[in-house]
Design a protein around this ligand. Structure first.
Ligand SMILES: N[C@@H](CCC(=O)N[C@@H](CS)C(=O)NCC(=O)O)C(=O)O
Length: 200
């Protein structure tokens, strides 16, 4: 959504309420057999996996530079997208599950502190990589905003609520402050405020 907003693309949101299990409804599972969101549908074309969707959207406006044309610069962006899925997201997901999904979706208010201790170790391992990499860079791959920022930034939305141990990482905090000040980011935050579970 943030990529589409940044590019000024028209789209329609169909909210998948994970708390109600909408992702497991047969109609949704027929589009995305993983039964996870997001899924893009444009006419008969269906695409799942957020980074693939982001690339599809960026290709509609190549002049935006979100997915550079130059091969090495493009691969740098894709490298960080792969890193996000392989390392960053799983590290953040432990905190997101224990401090957000468990109380909000499952109604369990006690985080599993053994899982948090293991997750803390994994988090520091990846956060050190990102923080060190961001030194002297405005954005993840250099001076300009790319899909790498949108991808890695998406897990940061839960940073406070999920108690990510971000204290030592000044570069990550500085980078995310820049990203979250973007009009497209602010618009997306407002749009994605979760509707109440019992909303129609
Ligand atoms: N690698 C996938 C991850 C998709 C994913 O895990 N989505 C979560 C929400 S962030 C989901 O739909 N979970 C529902 C479930 O596990 O039932 C992507 O980037 O699109």
């Amino acid at each position: 959504m943030a990529v589409a907003n940044h590019l000024g693309l028209d789209y329609e949101i169909r909210f998948v309420d994970l708390r109600k299990g909408d992702q497991k409804a047969p109609q949704y599972a027929a589009l995305n057999p993983n039964m996870r969101m997001p899924t893009l549908k444009e006419g008969e074309y269906v695409l799942w996996e957020s980074s693939a969707i982001a690339q599809y959207l960026a290709a509609k406006k190549p002049e935006s530079g979100l997915l550079p044309q130059d091969e090495r610069r493009r691969l740098d962006v894709m490298r960080w997208q792969f890193w996000e899925h392989a390392h960053w997201d799983p590290a953040c997901a432990v905190f997101a599950f224990e401090y957000v999904a468990k109380p909000v979706v499952l109604g369990i208010n006690e985080p599993d502190m053994i899982a948090i201790a293991k997750g803390t170790e994994a988090f520091h391992r990846v956060a050190k990589v990102l923080d060190g990499h961001l030194e002297n860079k405005r954005f993840v791959t250099g001076d300009t905003l790319t899909l790498a920022d949108f991808g890695i930034g998406s897990a940061m939305i839960l940073a406070e609520m999920a108690h990510y141990p971000l204290e030592p990482y000044g570069e990550i905090k500085r980078w995310y402050a820049t990203l979250s000040a973007l009009p497209a980011w602010q618009k997306t935050r407002a749009q994605s405020a979760m509707p109440a579970a019992n909303a129609a």
